[in-house]
Design a protein around this ligand. Structure first.
Ligand SMILES: [Zn+2]
Length: 141
């Protein structure tokens, strides 16, 4: 379609030369002027098209990279989905953050600042640790 445009302009320019439309008279001046402008416009559009293609390609690359990044993040970490009881906001929490902590963790809703989740486990009541110790000592025997 774009090639059509510049072809059409070239055709008209050739036609005007063939018909001896010169800049010698006022009508010829206008027609030559119009054809000149048309020619410039088709060149300009063609340049824009090239730029657009480059930008599109660049965007597609960014999009691919982003997808890879998302996949990597979601593969490496398991996420828990938690809904805020106060405002209903959905939060994704990395399961990893509970893996090797001894302190309890509070997750605060970014929307309403309410505590959404508290990881106070059984560390305090002493269920977890003795079992772990038992396992370790069994391992040594
Ligand atoms: Zn909330």
């Amino acid at each position: 379609m774009l090639r059509d445009l510049s072809e059409k302009v070239s055709y008209l320019q050739g036609l005007s030369e063939g018909l001896n439309i010169t800049e010698g008279n006022p009508q010829g001046k206008i027609i030559s002027g119009i054809l000149g402008v048309l020619n410039e416009m088709s060149e300009e559009i063609s340049q824009l098209q090239e730029d657009m293609d480059e930008i599109r390609e660049y965007l597609e690359n960014i999009d691919d990279d982003l997808l890879d990044l998302e996949e990597t993040i979601f593969e490496d970490n398991e996420f828990m989905e938690i809904s805020c009881r106060n405002c209903g906001e959905k939060l994704f929490i990395e399961s990893d953050i509970f893996a090797d902590v001894e302190d309890s963790i509070e997750v605060i809703c970014p929307c309403c600042n309410e505590v959404v989740f508290v990881n106070d486990n059984c560390f305090d009541c002493g269920h977890e640790s003795p079992e772990l110790n038992a396992d370790t000592s069994r391992g040594y025997l």
